[in-house]
Design a protein around this ligand. Structure first.
Ligand code: 2NL
Length: 352
């Protein structure tokens, strides 16, 4: 490669000026950095210093003769190192200031921490378990079944024929003409009786569905039904069992009353009322001045039901009852709208 003649040295005055600028650079940058409060501003000032006089010096060096090169190079290195050191020192100082500020914040280490609030069982789950436990103590077995049921298990076997007006009371959601969302947990008892011979003693908790939606009715709600089938089961057994239940659940002073009623699957049938727990039976707003609160329905299993499951109605008798779990929970906790249980508002649910 042919060597070209060395370029002429820059005019002495330019060189002197450049060297003076480079010489003054560390002090200048230091003064500038002292006034900068952020990392970004420091890095920006550093970049500007390197692009300005230092880039200028680098350009000059290429055209300078040997000895001048060394002079400029030395000055350049010194200035560059000084700029970098000044910037690094300023950054470190800023970091220390930030840490000092953080440490100066008043922290009261004796304050209690903010513990995460633990979740808990839904109130309906709690009440369902309480109810089931009481019957478990009495020797009832727990039976569960599907929420999507056949028309036979939900209606036909319970003496509710298709097109019978009794279906209006329990209108539900149809999957097909013969498959429905169960309207009560009775189909679980039907399944149990179809599977085993008497005696039968089961409690059936679970969710059920009806075409209902108002402050005391929800499209989905929870029931506990009980069924006892054996020889010589009487209505006295039914009433004694339910009396034991309400006293264990609501308190020892509670009274029970049966009111004649009708269900297609029991004969005779009775509404179950308990003495009002809010006024002690004297009459108040909650019991509509009657002194009594309805808690469910019950009766002696209709012979037609026994026939549908292949039991001999001459050989066995049985009682059955159904209790609404949300209703129990509303009475126990003074809740006046069933829909609150399923709106998922934690301000409500957290209370229980
Ligand atoms: C109510 C009424 C009731 C039954 C449910 C039942 C089940 C079979 C046979 C006969 Cl397998 N009866 N269950 C009986 C009477 C009433 O529930 O108002 N429930 C909330």
């Amino acid at each position: 490669m042919a060597r070209t003649d060395p370029p002429a040295a820059p005019p002495a005055t330019d060189l002197d000026a450049l060297l003076a600028v480079l010489d003054a650079l560390p002090a200048r940058i230091q003064a500038e950095l002292a006034g900068l409060g952020t990392e970004a501003a420091v890095r920006d000032a550093q970049a500007r210093a390197l692009k300005g006089p230092i880039a200028e010096g680098q350009a000059a060096i290429r055209q300078a003769p040997g000895p001048t090169r060394r002079t400029i190079g030395a000055a350049l290195n010194k200035a560059k190192t000084a700029v970098e050191a000044a910037a690094a020192a300023r950054l470190q100082a800023l970091a220390r200031e930030a840490l000092d500020a953080e440490l100066r914040r008043q922290i009261d280490v004796s304050l209690p921490g903010r513990a995460p609030r633990p979740g808990h069982l839904h109130i309906i789950t709690q009440v369902r378990r309480d109810i089931v436990d009481i019957f478990r103590e009495l020797g009832f077995e727990i039976a569960e079944g599907p929420q999507v049921e056949t028309d036979f298990n939900n209606f036909e076997a319970l003496n509710i024929p298709k097109d019978h007006p009794a279906r209006d009371m329990q209108d539900t959601f149809y999957v097909t003409d013969d498959v429905v969302l169960r309207t009560h947990t009775s189909p679980v008892q039907i399944r149990t009786m179809l599977r085993q011979q008497p005696p039968v003693k089961v409690i059936c908790p679970g969710q059920v569905y009806r075409r209902d939606d108002d402050p005391t009715h929800s499209r989905m709600f929870s029931q506990v039904e009980g069924l006892l089938v054996d020889r010589d089961v009487s209505m006295a057994d039914l009433k004694g069992t339910l009396l034991h239940f309400v006293r264990r659940f609501f308190g020892p002073g509670v009274k029970l009353r049966f009111r004649p009623s009708f269900f297609p699957f029991t004969e005779p049938s009775a509404e179950v009322d308990m003495s009002c727990i809010f006024c002690g039976g004297k009459g108040c707003r909650l019991c509509k001045q009657s002194g009594w609160l309805e808690i469910g329905g019950s009766g002696m299993v209709d012979p037609e039901v026994f026939k549908a499951v292949g039991y001999d109605p001459e050989a066995v008798t049985g009682y059955a009852f159904g209790l609404g779990i949300e209703r129990m929970a509303m009475l126990r906790h003074g809740v006046n709208d069933i829909r609150l249980y399923y709106e998922g508002d934690v301000r409500f649910l957290r209370q229980f």
